[in-house]
Ligand binder design. Sequence first.
Ligand code: 7RM
Length: 655
Amino acid sequence: MSETPPVSPEIDALLQEHRVFPPSEAFRAQAAVNDPEVYARAAADPEAFWEGFARELEWMRPWTRVLEWTPPDAKWFTGGTLNASVNCVDRHARSARRNKAALIWEGEPGDRRTLTYFDLFRQVSQFANVLKSLGVTKGDRVALYLPLIPELAIAMLACARIGAVHSVVFGGFSAESLRDRINDSQCRLLVTADGGFRRGHVVALKQVADEAVADTPSIETVIVVQRGQQDIPVVMKDGRDRWYHDLMREASHDCPPEEMDAEDMLYILYTSGTTGKPKGIVHTTGGYLVGTYATAKWVFDLKEDDVYWCTADIGWVTGHSYVVYGPLANGATVVMYEGAPDWPEKDRFWEIVERHGVTIFYTAPTAIRAFMRWGTDWPRRRDLSSLRLLGSVGEPINPEAWIWYHLHIGAERCPIVDTWWQTETGGMMITPLPGLTATKPGSATHTFPGISAEILNDAGEPVPVGGGLLALTKPWPAMLRGIYGDRDRFIKQYFSRWPGGIYFTGDGAKRDEEGYFWLLGRVDDVINVAGHRLGTMEVESALVDHPHVAEAAVVGRSHEIKGQAIAAFVTVKEGVAISEALGEELKKHVAHKIGAIARPDDIIFAADLPKTRSGKIMRRLLRDIAEGKAIGDTTTLADPAVVARLKEQYLAIEG
Ligand code: 7RM
């Protein structure tokens, strides 16, 4: 585990300098936003600021009020009506963008498809009619469990067109995870595919979906997308399962969009929290679209001829906001790639950049650290000169990775936007503006104009310079409107740490003397593994579900590539022998219960788990043990010898 990526002398030199990176004069001059005045203007009247972006979208009826704020409930653009699919598709299909590429898609095996805005318009309308013909109406929930193929974006927009609420479930999640999400929001219909591809292997989605749907009484119909020429065996259940292509063949291309209230629900997206049960984050139509439209436009400095690529899967919020809604609302050309960055070779991403002339590239630090490890030859072999802007999202980016990205991908020419935000915030909150902000490696810099954030201490007092908890002190258009079906949890999780409608992010952060924000990671029981958000309690529940496990405590430890890795401390039931094989079995069990992303990196068998006198597991201590750090004060332990034993065992396993 002491696999530190080599830091080259050039990276080391830059790190020593504590350099700031102002935008180049060339970039600044062409940038849509290059007047620092925007910050003051937005701060003076945030509502008017957001309203300006709202006016750039197409509404059916104008709003009467920009914001009604009764903490913790925000309503944006009240009285206004609109349709998200009209804004993402119709208005471009009706314009000079009609034949512009909307989606340039590439499957992992190498299959390719390009859809123009007009193509997208027709297919979205058609699939909207398919949904209608199957009885889906406004307000119904539709689950989407698909690989990263155009049909996923089409299905989302088709739902939006008829006012159905989509709930996308990442294709890497297990049958149980899918089942629980479907049941929590009572979806009527599921759209899935025969399969997808990952590192050359077929991921048999329909089989997993079948297992899930065996136990979801609300599902009436399953629509199955057939994945091109690949023959992936599926069993279609009579009366329940329908082929996507059969239904599409008969559907009309004409589907008038539903008139949606700005506050009508657009989608639910499940995300991990501090309990064992993921929460269904609710986003509504008007504010979400304004927020993602505005941030995509300004942070990516989107121009008409940009070729924009966000590598995230649509199953996560980054894909919702910055593969689908934000860029399409801007009429941008979006590249979508289904598979792994190292398939068939470690230059797959750079090959795609070269072949499509990608100009804006947005990815996660975990990917950048992997590229770093693979070496500079892979990107050097490809022509990356089309790139003009780079982005980072999902976890803190370490300065070494930032500088590597700057040198070897951006060729010292491209600004880097390190964007902090969450599923709950809907869109970017802390981020540079590329034509304005002097960036510092590792800092997400400043709030987006119109956004208010502060570092607070536990008592809720502002910490102008120094560390504390990151709080969002004013409402913003794309903020979550709730947790589906759980009002109490919504209030408790986000709005009860401090009074007065201040939102608690769950992140620790610090601010430097120049007001720059530096994100420090989660302060709750959420961990971030390779940019994927996971609850430690979810993993613990999966572990104790195994018949041989008595107790489990899961913590995150640092990992060179993934940011964090999962370390699980486990006690077994009376009479169970511990072995390496059992450890492997437990890892497999968790992957099967939740999905491969939750597979623990370490299983540490312990005689006991260290607990306080009141019986609480001492997670901080376990984290220290997992990190291999010295153990601090253990006097609150019921049996201090437990810790010593644990540590010995841990060191023995780590060798
Ligand atoms: C977009 C997304 C949210 C959590 C968040 C942070 C962490 C995300 C950054 C970051 C430091 C960043 N949504 N996070 N972006 N930390 N710098 N630029 O990832 O809901 O899946 O995760 O991710 O801890 O709370 S998410």
